[in-house]
Design a protein around this ligand. Structure first.
Ligand code: SF4
Length: 149
């Protein structure tokens, strides 16, 4: 898996103060996508073990981890995202994971990754369906709380 960037002290991608990782790789090709540079899964930098460890260390000082892109659930990203989620929850069992994906939740509900994710924002971006709902890009997207409050 490659990634484009990550933010620490992020206040806009989920509740609280978060670490937000933007991976590369997305097959959804939403019209009006805010981040087309991340479609190519070869773009960005390799998410090495060292990069993962650095990111996880940042999470000690934040409320949770947010996974965005690109699509963290691009088939080529799933193994690395699963391992990241597993390690995050092992180290920070009281903290949460939010995940944005262009898939419908029903398409990915059976993935092992979902055993670790607390909140999913699902569905393709629809430029024709603007929204004022927090954390969503368009009104068709759902915020689904899988566990927690
Ligand atoms: S799912 Fe997200 S990254 Fe992928 S094309 Fe749609 S808006 Fe862009």
């Amino acid at each position: 898996m490659n990634y484009d960037r990550y933010y620490t002290c992020d206040l806009v991608n989920g509740e609280g103060v978060r670490v937000t990782l933007f991976v590369t790789g997305c097959q959804h090709a939403c019209e009006g996508c805010y981040n087309p540079a991340t479609w190519d899964r070869k773009a960005g930098r390799p998410f090495t073990d060292a990069a993962r460890e650095e990111l996880l260390a940042h999470c000690a000082h934040h409320d949770g981890l947010s996974l965005s892109g690109g699509d963290p659930l691009h088939p080529a990203n799933r193994a690395d995202i699963l391992e990241l989620c597993r390690l995050f929850k092992a180290r920070y069992p009281g903290k949460n994971i939010w995940l944005w994906t262009g898939y419908q939740y029903e398409e990915v509900a059976e993935l092992d990754i979902m055993r670790f994710v607390d909140v999913v924002i699902d569905g393709k971006y629809r430029r024709d369906l603007p929204t004022v709902q927090p954390w969503r890009g368009s009104d068709n997207q759902r915020l689904i709380r899988l566990r927690g409050e």
